[in-house]
Design a protein around this ligand. Structure first.
Ligand SMILES: Cc1cc2nc3c(=O)[nH]c(=O)nc-3n(C[C@H](O)[C@H](O)[C@H](O)COP(=O)(O)OP(=O)(O)OC[C@H]3O[C@@H](n4cnc5c(N)ncnc54)[C@H](O)[C@@H]3O)c2cc1C
Length: 450
């Protein structure tokens, strides 16, 4: 890389949004350390998208690899901010010009029922560990929790990820039922559609006796966030989106044979012998975005397992202030953590949900703005002047906040850069990353990873 890297930026998280940020920085000659909690950097691509997305996963792995191999990127695996590195120390004392949080949303949103936490893995399971297990369960060295996939499981959800959870359960159930008849099939065959797979083996799916899992959603089917209307949508566009949602749900049900009950709000757990054996639910009345329980409609739904899939939010990082479920980011265009001058956010950690493209575009937009306005490399005075000039052009109410940012993103001396590099190298050695990116990935990839 050209030796004009007078800034050194840390990116926390190496997946879609983190690798995109790293690439943009590296392409502009800025040194960047990518701190990743796992050995492999692929985040939700590896541990969120279910296994059957074979080609998409491969493509995204290759894209992430290409970004993290850029000259000027220092990959630091097996290093978790908040566990191995203390947030305040890392942001204030390591000497980075800026820290970009790209650590995604890995905490399942709470089911919202008193005492639910006590029953995790006792009849109640959350989506993130469930999908992690599904994606890794066949690896010889997998040591994490193992989950059952009983027929008639209840999934609480409504979004795209909850449809994936339902698919996993149905695929597992029909796989088992077919095996019991001596018929061998595969996840890939069943994922293309259960009725079609059964037909190919001369079996009527109904004859297998699978009752199917039940997806419950608190609003109406047409409100499920399976598709989104454009910003500022007209009533016609909203109606069209509702039709798309209904169609998507119908197609998914036709293919995977699960059941749905809409307008059902979880109000409590049914517990027997220290284990969740069902949910208390109330029917709801929908008014706009509100789903109000209808008095007197409460009833029990019994199930061998309940999976909560109602969204993911950022993990709590010790030392990081929260506003509700999120870190306190200010300014939508350049999300800056309010508790520190030089800490920014990109991807799922800011947007909470979304998809690969949303994370990618968000990271591109934010990182480019950060670079162009505040991390100009080359002559540090010119960089400072450019930054100040652009700050002056902003609206008065933003100027004060941005001034603080400009002041706090100084170009670094060679000695400062060398000191950061030394700390990074020490950490890399500590975790066994002593060669290059490709050798590391080859070393830590399980031979039987699917
Ligand atoms: C079940 C499911 C199915 C999905 N299916 C699709 C789909 O079909 N198509 C689609 O486009 N999108 C899909 N998505 C969404 C998509 O995968 C994500 O929106 C996107 O990959 C998020 O990228 P990200 O970089 O913002 O976050 P992440 O992928 O979450 O990356 C965050 C990274 O930060 C690391 N990290 C976290 N905390 C720390 C820490 N404290 N210190 C260091 N590192 C840390 C993580 O290990 C991870 O590598 C799906 C998601 C789920 C859950």
């Amino acid at each position: 890389m050209p030796d004009n890297g007078q800034h050194f930026v840390a990116v926390v998280g190496g997946a879609i949004s983190g690798s995109v940020a790293a690439e943009i920085l590296a392409d502009r000659g800025i040194r960047v350390a990518v701190i990743e909690q796992n050995k492999r950097p692929y985040g939700k691509i590896e541990d969120g998208l279910p296994l059957w997305h074979v080609e998409q996963r491969k493509q995204e792995y290759a894209r992430i690899d290409a970004r993290l191999k850029k000259p000027g990127v220092y990959f630091v695996p097996s290093t978790k901010l908040g566990r191995d590195l203390e947030f305040g120390d890392f942001c204030n004392n390591w000497g980075f010009s800026a820290v970009i949080l790209a650590n995604g949303a890995w905490r399942d949103r709470d089911l919202g029922v008193a005492g639910a936490q006590e029953f995790v893995d006792k009849g109640l399971v959350y989506q993130n560990p469930f999908i992690y297990w599904y994606n890794h369960k066949n690896e010889k060295d997998y040591t994490g929790p193992r989950y059952e996939t009983p027929d008639e499981t209840i999934v609480v959800g409504g979004g795209l990820a909850s449809i994936d959870v339902v698919k996993v359960l149905q695929i597992e159930n029909y796989d088992r039922a077919l095996k019991a008849r001596g018929i061998s099939t595969s996840m890939h065959e069943l994922e293309k559609g259960i009725p079609a797979a059964c037909k190919a083996h001369g079996v009527d799916p109904q004859s297998l006796g699978v009752k199917g899992c039940l997806l419950i959603y608190r609003r109406r089917e047409q409100d499920m966030p399976l598709a989104q209307p454009p910003d500022g949508a007209t009533p016609e566009q909203v109606a069209k989106t509702e039709m798309v949602r209904l169609k998507m749900l119908r197609l998914a049900r036709d293919r995977y044979l699960f059941r749905v009950q809409d307008r059902r709000l979880t109000t409590g757990l049914v517990v027997e012998n220290g284990r969740v054996v069902g949910l208390k639910v109330a029917e709801t009345k929908i008014e706009g975005r509100k789903a109000e329980p209808i008095p007197g409609s409460e009833h029990e739904l019994r199930a061998p397992l309940v999976i909560s899939s109602i969204g993911s939010v950022p993990e709590i990082l010790p030392g990081v202030a929260m506003k509700g479920e999120y870190y306190t980011f200010t300014d939508e265009d350049l999300p800056r953590y309010s508790g520190a001058n030089r800490v920014f956010g990109v991807g799922n950690v800011v947007t909470g949900q979304g998809n690969i493209r949303v994370s990618l575009v968000h990271s591109q937009k934010v990182t480019k703005r950060l670079v162009e306005e505040y991390l100009r490399t080359g002559d540090s005075d010119a960089a400072g002047a450019a930054s100040v000039a652009s700050t002056e052009a902003r609206a008065a109410d933003q100027a004060r906040a941005l001034d603080q940012v400009v002041e706090s993103l100084p170009a670094l001396s060679q000695e400062q850069v060398a000191a950061i590099e030394k700390r990074i190298r020490a950490r890399q050695e500590q975790v066994g990353y002593t060669s290059d990116y490709d050798s590391w990935i080859a070393k830590v990839t399980p031979p039987d990873l699917e």
